[in-house]
Design a protein around this ligand. Structure first.
Ligand code: CTP
Length: 412
């Protein structure tokens, strides 16, 4: 790779959280910080305990001109920029060098120190630059960990082959600092949705019964949030209208938190102007109680309770029916007759496309991190996506939809 051919511009003002783990290549992390700052990136450094055996926090503080984060349980640090704030701050997390031990912890989803916790808590893209002895890199355990991470959408930068610090020759050297910077810039290159406004609904809605009870559903919001992140990465201006979920929203998206279907409808309608693409990933409750009791309902002697429900507004159908409307995409989460039900929803709701996904399988269910889908277009075209991480699937869906929208615009 050659940095002169790159678009390093894409790193200007990008917030890079650099994780440093305990390998000999840690000494190169100081140079990496400087080279990232050279091209306008903001860098904050997190070091593991082992990394501090190879290079001091003082050095990393001096080169980054920012306090270095080393501990999860440090009350002073938490009072300054706590771990959740750091996780939200990052546009990208780069772990360089990433040791075999760190890759294994990441693959297992551990959260025993600050860096592993941040990797779990952040929704930002995650990249790792493995650096280790060639035999450790070649070990099947490491290879399986790397395959698992790749499958989850983690970017693996390198390693390189060559002479190693231990005297061995082979694969395992950390990628050169300038090549790492180039690979990182590649993640932010102007995307397929640059200049477009994308409005996304995500998560469940809650329909109040009384002050303490509500009707809701199993949606985790993971798919909608992954789509929001993919749209941000593709260069779009993203508005995320989210029902109640336990997820960290992409920092670069404008997130509007809502509770009920009616709230969600109001927020969506208020955001429609200028929207190019509307993706309805939310699992909106189809019905709500006709009336909400002002006080907590009490049990009575009949041992039964009837709730009278009324239909909620169909948000995606209402958007699709607007005289001037964005390209409108719905979701069909089904447990049977997937393509048949999805096709009829596409037609009934007047959509441009629908993402059909089977929620009956253990692998791709509501709370899973994985999903498979079929994208059906109103012109009869379709595209299948195999089981993969929700973040990878989201990127693939965004690329397909963007090429459809861009070609539709060109043909008008
Ligand atoms: N949707 C919506 N507003 C609603 C209900 C659904 O915007 N009140 C959207 C969802 O976000 C999704 C699509 O419509 O994009 C399909 O939702 P789904 O609940 O599967 O459709 P329904 O018409 O409710 O069909 P079903 O009878 O299967 O529940």
């Amino acid at each position: 790779m050659n940095s002169s051919t790159s678009n390093l511009q894409s790193l200007v003002s990008k917030r890079v959280l650099l994780g440093v783990t305990g390998g000999i290549a840690a000494y190169k992390a100081a140079e990496l910080v400087r080279r990232l700052i050279d091209v306008g990136a903001e860098v904050r450094v997190v070091m593991t305990a082992a990394a501090q055996e190879f290079i001091t926090p003082l050095t990393m503080q001096a080169v980054s001109a920012k306090p270095v984060h080393t501990s999860l349980l440090d009350t002073d640090a938490e009072a300054g920029m706590g771990h959740i704030e750091l996780a939200r701050w990052a546009d990208v997390i780069l772990v360089a060098p990433a040791t075999a031990n760190f890759l294994s912890q990441l693959a297992m989803g551990q959260a025993h120190d600050l860096l592993t916790t941040l990797c779990l808590a952040s929704i930002a893209p995650l990249a790792v630059a493995p650096a280790m002895n060639q035999a450790m890199w070649g070990n099947v355990a490491t290879q399986q960990n790397v395959a698992k991470l790749r499958e989850r959408g983690v970017h693996i930068f390198g390693p390189d082959a060559g002479q190693q610090a231990c005297g061995d020759i082979g694969m395992g050297r950390m990628l050169d600092v300038l090549d790492l910077r180039l690979a990182l810039a590649g993640l932010f290159e102007v995307g397929v949705l640059a200049g477009k406004k994308v409005l996304i609904t995500a998560g469940p809605t809650r329909e109040a019964i009384d002050p303490v009870r509500y009707l809701t559903n199993q949606s985790s919001g993971k798919m909608g949030y992954a789509i929001a992140q993919a749209a941000v990465d593709a260069g779009a201006t993203v508005v995320l209208v989210s029902g109640p979920v336990a997820l960290v929203a992409p920092q670069a998206a404008r997130t509007l938190a809502v509770i009920s279907a009616e709230d969600m409808r109001t927020a969506v309608m208020a955001e429609l102007t200028g929207t190019d693409l509307f993706i309805a990933a939310a699992a909106v409750a189809d019905y709500r109680p006709i009336s909400v009791s002002e006080s907590k309902l009490k049990k009575d002697a009949t041992k039964t309770l009837s709730l009278a429900l009324i239909e909620n507004p169909d948000i995606v159908a209402e958007v699709a029916a607007q005289p001037v409307r964005p390209y409108t995409v719905g979701f069909a989460a089904e447990t049977e007759n997937l393509l048949g039900y999805a096709q009829s929803k596409l037609e009934r709701k007047g959509l441009d496309a629908i993402v059909a996904n089977d929620v009956s399988s253990e692998l791709g269910g509501f709370n899973s991190d994985q999903n498979a889908a079929v994208l059906l277009y109103s012109d009869g075209a379709s595209q299948s996506f195999e089981m993969q991480s929700k973040s990878k699937l989201a990127r693939a869906l965004i690329i397909d939809l963007a090429s459809k929208i861009n070609s539709t615009c060109r043909n008008q």
